[in-house]
Design a protein around this ligand. Sequence first.
Ligand code: SF4
Length: 408
Amino acid sequence: MAHRTIIRPVAFSLVSARHASARILRSFSTVIDGPVHSTVRPSPPSPSSSVFQDAIQAVSPRTNWTREEISEVYNTPLMELTYASATVHRRFHSPEAIQMCTLMNIKTGGCSEDCSYCAQSSRYDTGLKASKMVNVQSVLEAARIAKENGSSRFCMGAAWRDMRGRKTNLRNIKEMVIGVRNLGMEACVTLGMIDAEQAKELKAAGLTAYNHNVDTSREHYPSVITTRTYDERLATIKNVSEAGIHVCTGGILGLGEKPEDHVGLIHTVATLPAHPESFPVNALVPIKGTPLGDSQAIKFDAILRTIATARLVLPTTIIRLAAGRHTMREEKQIMCFQAGANAVFTGEKMLTTACNGWDEDKEMFDRWGLRPMESHETIQGQQETAKSTDGSVMVEAKTHERASSSMQ
Ligand code: SF4
């Protein structure tokens, strides 16, 4: 039932009296062990620091984050950090709602790029057989099955550098988008770089979201990919955003980066003109034959810290626990959900890597009191926000009855 709900910030010892009176209408709107990922620090910042407190008290997203500020949040002791991120998560999202997305590869392998983690690059001998784009009907059948199993978003990925000269492919993809939307699902694609006109065409077809990850920090990026620049990635994100399509952009942890690169990754997306609708956090699934094929798994605390920091810095964004989730025990997944992750990929496969299945996820959801996020909750979450004079934010949305009552 659509209604307006007044939510007061959750009682939290660090929340100031000024913010305690803030009024909010709430909205739902691939990884290395070792010293470089150690999160033990000699002098962690105090959880009472003003930057940390401001992040906890946030009632709206801000795009003027400095890297130092994000670093301060990231380096907060992990127990404090996750408690704070859980608090902020409950202010902006329904904590029991997890968006279920199914990702299908619509064109496999043979990609000209040299992304050093990717099984689909033609530069590496990974044993993957390249294939042509699948037909529209098979995609729509897969989407129908995904919907029957509870997925509200269907994502389609193609292993391409860009969409130049792919008119026929684009026409077919638009048919796929239209068909998925007609099933009542959100449609997302990831097709490599696109220009402004292609973005407009996809928007006209009804595309909900476009995924284009920045992968890592600007500094670490050249160590991972050399065939296209960080700025080219940002140009595609700009084209997508300006076309009115929701932006899905995030990164991969475990690419041999340092903790500062997790900060740099979050800083990149936090300082876009508008925060992305979705921020995927991938844990590297090492693929034999790729340059990163022998990498060790990243430590869980680094994944959790990245999720918690992203939740505090990107309060309205959906945080997607993406590749690598199938390697996590259930308890670890739950810690990620508590810290602010609220989307997963579920189904038979996620591009070329393994994926948690629908039945497995349903059982986990039942055990922990989670539920699939409904499509309107994310679409509604993109509605206008209006800043009131006392600094509070009013967001109009359809809210889930149970969540709203638990927050008042
Ligand atoms: S552009 Fe995409 S498909 Fe191509 S190598 Fe990079 S990650 Fe893989």
